[in-house]
Unconditional design. Structure first.
Length: 263
């Protein structure tokens, strides 16, 4: 008989649960708190981390060092998790939340619209009610399918976040989607500044062989349309494929380059 041991936990983290009425499922919110959080009354930026089951440990470990070495502000990290037991479960659930049926190869019951509504009406209010969160400094991070969702959110709720970090966001889908769904970006009533950080791997190939050209087209469109109040920051990681290297670099460099005080 194989003996089972408790799962490993990260220090300065909290496990919160939220039942989403809008999506119809429970989310695990993995929350990491800055070093001086308990003794401070200041309000912190919040990094909403999509694909939290995979990226939360990484973000919780790296974020304090970004504060120490790169002058990125101390931030709360909120991993939006499914509390999975297998990668098969993870890949299935993320495609449901991050895609919509109208994009290629998306599950017919995918519901990015419902997940975005849950973010706006349930998850963010929960975080800002229970933690010292600065509502003017919300950051959202996503990579690959969740990177597509970051751009989806940008189109439909451009004022929901202050900074949008999207790495290799299914660019064959993102480019045509933004071109045809950018009405709210064009006609923003609130001209609050928004930072968009977009990245791609220079070696993305195979089924992603047009990712580089789609990335360039997307960047050119955003620049040409000159959406009100938007600062676009882009980066190509020349030696990276579509994989973990790009995901890590997007998180680190996205935060470094989206905060003007960072080194």
């Amino acid at each position: 008989m194989i003996k089972k041991y408790p799962r490993v936990g990260l220090f300065r983290t909290e496990d919160r649960r939220l039942d989403s009425r809008l999506v119809g499922r429970e989310y695990q919110l993995a929350v990491w708190l800055p070093e001086n959080y308990d003794s401070s009354q200041q309000r912190y930026p919040v990094i909403y981390l999509l694909d939290g089951d995979v990226f939360f440990g990484l973000a919780a470990s790296l974020t304090p060092f970004l504060n120490i070495f790169d002058n990125v502000p101390e931030s709360i990290v909120v991993g939006i998790n499914y509390d999975i037991t297998s990668y098969e479960e993870f890949f299935h659930l993320r495609e449901l939340d991050f895609k919509i049926p109208e994009v290629q190869d998306a599950p017919p019951n995918s519901h990015a619209d419902l997940f975005l509504a849950a973010l706006k009406q349930e998850i963010i209010p929960f975080v800002e009610t229970n933690y010292h969160a600065d509502p003017n400094e919300r950051i959202v991070y996503g990579y690959s399918s969740s990177g597509f969702f970051v751009l989806y959110a940008l189109c439909h709720e451009p004022n929901l976040f202050r900074r949008y970090l999207a790495g290799s966001g299914d660019l064959d889908l993102s480019f045509p989607y933004i071109v045809t769904h950018d009405q709210k970006l064009v006609s923003r009533e609130k001209i609050n500044p928004i930072d968009i950080y977009l990245s791609v791997g220079g070696l993305e190939d195979g089924s992603l062989q047009s990712s580089l050209s789609s990335f360039k087209e997307l960047v050119n469109v955003i620049k040409a349309k000159n959406y009100p109040g938007i600062q676009l920051i882009t980066e190509t990681y020349e030696s990276e494929k579509h994989g973990p290297g790009g995901a890590v670099l997007t998180y680190i460099n996205g935060l470094r380059k989206c905060f003007p005080t960072a080194k």
